[in-house]
Structures are given as structure tokens and as C-alpha cells.
Ligand binder design. Structure first.
Ligand code: NAD
Length: 437
């Protein structure tokens, strides 16, 4: 099947290469010529484990190509995905749909035979109706269907998530479109992946409800961590104790510096706006957003309190390990590291930082900090070392060397990757999240 992916970012590129690996002929389109240039020359514009070799394999097999020209790609395609960004709209927090609507308009101009237009971007309820209207202004309605097919992949494990999803959600009542969707995802049926065939509006809301629920789970355990600190309990024990209950589940119960990234912050906000427009209030999600915002402030204060009694960090250097919002990605969008570092800087600190993949991206938001080559260069001369992102390589640091390099043996572990007892035995002033030190 000839498949087109409009938008070649984290979702479009991964989805495109995975569909090619399923055996389809895929053209990935992006309006950013620098991205397409990198891809046409065998490079990868983002960091995602396993992506480079999978792209190379499918390009070599002749099933995957890249272009900036929507026209050439869409004519003769059976399925056209929209996988463009839907960031928060400045000022009001609604999802900004201008890229989705622009893509729909472009696609409409080039549709020839029956084509299924599939929205993979995360979009508010009713966006599919609008996309249908935009295309219907130009094309005969029998020539196309608009389907919602939200994406649930996680950056850092994107290929595995795409190829072995918990479920595939398909929102359309058209039998013809459902049949195209089944053909697209045929290899997953062999693994008996559940397919949720539903209407378009429910499908659009499933994505927001899922992300809002996960953000709630993270925020819940973060608040429990605060309580643990007050009452001398250990949040990791609490997480284990409740997570073993099958009704609760173990995942997303790790206390830390708050959720971030390209999805949870904007999607939780957007769904509360959708609710308001519909005349109702999502009070739980509104509370989650407020608690998560506050969390980053609290985490910065945790660092400040560990280093200075009066809150003044003038003349102090803080060494930061991990900048991306989670390990195994270079994505810095809404990373908790940004507000934490900005507050430390506002308190007078100089910052040295290291991240295995995200430093290039980080420089846009944090241009004035010192970027280091590795964790040890980062620790050198620091008055404290702060772990913000739990990259695997930070789990096995040479702590003797780190202690020698630091000005003071103070370590603030915002991901609980080290043991308080062990760190105390090594002579560190160790602070973590929700655990007695
Ligand atoms: P991204 O910013 O990485 O990529 C979007 C790409 O679309 C950009 O490269 C941009 O240049 C391109 N683009 C915009 N308009 C275009 C047009 N008219 N024609 C061609 N290209 C165009 O975004 P992303 O992270 O891949 O997210 C895409 C969507 O998927 C969003 O709605 C997001 O919420 C959702 N989503 C993201 C993830 C994730 O982990 N990143 C997971 C699930 C869902």
C-alpha cells in the first residue's frame, strides 16, 4: 500500500519507518527542508534508539523515501497520515491546530482516487469533523474518509511501542476506511494486538484521557513522596506496596521532579480547555496541572536548601546531570530541567551541565550555562551534583571520583537512583525524593 506521512518528526518518522518495515511503500513529507536534507543524506534529525538502522534498512529496500513536496507524495496514495505538531496555543492553552488544518488543505488539493486521511496528531474532539469539512470543500465526499488513529508511542522506546502496541485505536464508522486501516496494521493482527474500532470523537478523546490519566498517576505519587518526607516513610516502598495491586499497576509510580515532555503538559492543558468549551470542568486534571507546575519550584528549592542556608547561591556552582525530560531522547520540550535550572540561576548559581543526547537542543532554552563533555567534567568544581534525568550511564557513576571532583560531597538525586544508606556510607550529603536520608 502507498502510504504518506505528513510531518516527519518524532511520531511521523517513527510511524513512517515502521509502516515501511511492515512492507508498505512510504513517503515521509516535511516542510522543513533541513530535516529532509538530513534524511535524504542518510542522517537522522532526532535521537531515538534503533531508528537510524531501521531507516537505512527500509531506504535500501526501496520502501521509504523523503520529500518536501506534498503534491508528488499524495497523488496515488491510499493512506495519508497527518502527524504534524499540535503545541499549546500561546495565551489560552488550547491545542494549536493550524498545522493540522494547513496539512488538510494541502492534502485536499492533490487527492486523486479514494484516499483515507488519517489523523495521528493528538487533536481535540471534533478536529476530524473540521478536517473532513476542509477536504470536503475541495474533494468529492465519496473520494475520501477522515479517520482518527492516535499514537501512543513513547520517545526512547518508540519503535518497540509502535511495533508492539498495547492496542491500536481506529476512529471511523466507515467500513471502507476500516478495511484500509486493517491492511495498514495487518502485521499487528498476527500478534493479536487488540484493535479498538470506535467512532472518531471517542478515538480523539481516548488519547487525551490516556495522557491525562498517566499524568495524574505521576502527580499522585509525587504528592505521596512529599507526605513520605514529612512522616518518615519511603515512597519507593509505598509505590511497590500499591503497585502490586493489579487494579493500580506498577507503572508511572516513580516519584520525581514532575512530568514534562512534548505531550503530557500540553495535552492535560488542552483537555481542560475542551471541557470548559463543552460547559464542564475537569477538576482532577486542573489540580494535576497546578501541582505539577509547583513541583518544579519545589525541586529547585530542594537543591537550594541542600546547598545554602539562606537561599542565596551567589558564588556557588551546581553540576546538573540530565537535561532531557526523560532518558533515551534528545527532546527538551517542557523538560523539568528548564524551570529548575532557571530558578537556580535566578538564585545566583553558575550551572555546569551534561546530558548524553540533549545538549544541542538544550542550548536553545539554556544558552548561558556551561555544557560539559561527560559527568566527571560536569562534577568538577561543583558545590553540589544534581541528577535530574535518569540516563542509564548515571546509575553507575564512579562515586569516588565524583566525590573528589566536587567542591563539597552534596548529591541531590531527583530520580532516586542511588540508595540513601550507601551514599551516607560513602560520605555524601545525599538528598532524594520521598525517602528518609
Ligand atoms: P514534531 O514537532 O517532532 O514533528 C512535527 C513535524 O511536522 C515537524 O517536523 C514539522 O516541520 C512538520 N510539519 C508541520 N506542518 C507540516 C506540513 N504542512 N507539511 C509537512 N510537514 C509539516 O512533533 P511530534 O513530537 O512528532 O508530534 C506530532 C503529533 O503527535 C503531536 O500532535 C503530538 O502531540 C503527537 N504525539 C507525539 C508523541 C511524542 O512522543 N512525540 C507521542 C504521541 C503523540
Amino acid at each position: 500500500m502507498r502510504v504518506v506521512m505528513i510531518g516527519t518528526g518524532y511520531v511521523g518518522l517513527v510511524s513512517g519507518v515502521c509502516f515501511a518495515d511492515f512492507g508498505h511503500d512510504v513517503i515521509c513529507v516535511d516542510k522543513d527542508p533541513s530535516k529532509i536534507d538530513v534524511l535524504q543524506n542518510g542522517g537522522i534529525p532526532i535521537f531515538e534508539p534503533g531508528l537510524e538502522s531501521l531507516v537505512a534498512k527500509n531506504v535500501a529496500a526501496g520502501r521509504l523515501s523523503f520529500t518536501t513536496k506534498t503534491k508528488d507524495a499524495v497523488a496515488n496514495a491510499s493512506a495519508v497520515f497527518i502527524a504534524v505538531g499540535t503545541p499549546s496555543r500561546r495565551g489560552d492553552g488550547h491545542a494549536d491546530l493550524r498545522y493540522v488544518y494547513a496539512a488538510a488543505k494541502e492534502i485536499a488539493g492533490y487527492i486523486k482516487g479514494y484516499t483515507v486521511v488519517i489523523n495521528k496528531s493528538t487533536v481535540p474532539v471534533g478536529t476530524g469533523d473540521e478536517v473532513e469539512a476542509i477536504i470536503g470543500n475541495i474533494c468529492n465526499s465519496s473520494n475520501f474518509d477522515v479517520v482518527s488513529n492516535p499514537e501512543f508511542l513513547r520517545e526512547g522506546a518508540a519503535i518497540q511501542d509502535f511495533k508492539r502496541p498495547d492496542r491500536v485505536v481506529v476512529g471511523t464508522l466507515s467500513d471502507k476506511a476500516r478495511s484500509v486501516m486493517r491492511s495498514l496494521y495487518r502485521p499487528l493482527f498476527i500478534n493479536e494486538t487488540p484493535m479498538v474500532l470506535t467512532d472518531r470523537r471517542s478515538s480523539e478523546l481516548i488519547k487525551y484521557a490516556g495522557n491525562a490519566f498517566l499524568a495524574t498517576k505521576i502527580t499522585f505519587i509525587n504528592e505521596m513522596a512529599d507526605l513520605c518526607e514529612r512522616v518518615g516513610a519511603n515512597v519507593q516502598e509505598v509505590s511497590r506496596g500499591i503497585g502490586l495491586d493489579g487494579r493500580i499497576g506498577k507503572k508511572f509510580l516513580h516519584a520525581g521532579p514532575g512530568y514534562g515532555g512534548s505531550c503530557f503538559p500540553k495535552d492535560t492543558l488542552a483537555v481542560t480547555k475542551t471541557a470548559k468549551d463543552a460547559g464542564t470542568t475537569l477538576q482532577i486534571i486542573e489540580a494535576v496541572i497546578a501541582v505539577n507546575e509547583e513541583r518544579k519550584e519545589t525541586m529547585a528549592s530542594k537543591v537550594i536548601n541542600a546547598v545554602s542556608k539562606d537561599g542565596n547561591l551567589s558564588g556557588k556552582t551546581i553540576s546538573i546531570l540530565g537535561l532531557s525530560y526523560k532518558p533515551n531522547t534528545d527532546d527538551m520540550r517542557d523538560s523539568p530541567s528548564i524551570p529548575i535550572i532557571k530558578k537556580l540561576v535566578a538564585s545566583g548559581a553558575s550551572i555546569r551541565a551534561f546530558d548524553p543526547e540533549a545538549m544541542q537542543e538544550a542550548k536553545r532554552e539554556l544558552p548561558d550555562i556551561t555544557y560539559c563533555r561527560d559527568p566527571y567534567e560536569c562534577a568538577k568544581g561543583g558545590d553540589a551534583l544534581v541528577i535530574i534525568t535518569e540516563w542509564d550511564q548515571f546509575r553507575a557513576l564512579d562515586l569516588t571520583r565524583i566525590k573528589e571532583l566536587l567542591n563539597a560531597p552534596t548529591l541531590i538525586d531527583l530520580r532516586n537512583i542511588y540508595s540513601p544508606d550507601n551514599m551516607a556510607a560513602r560520605g555524601f550529603n545525599y538528598t532524594s525524593v520521598g525517602r528518609p536520608s
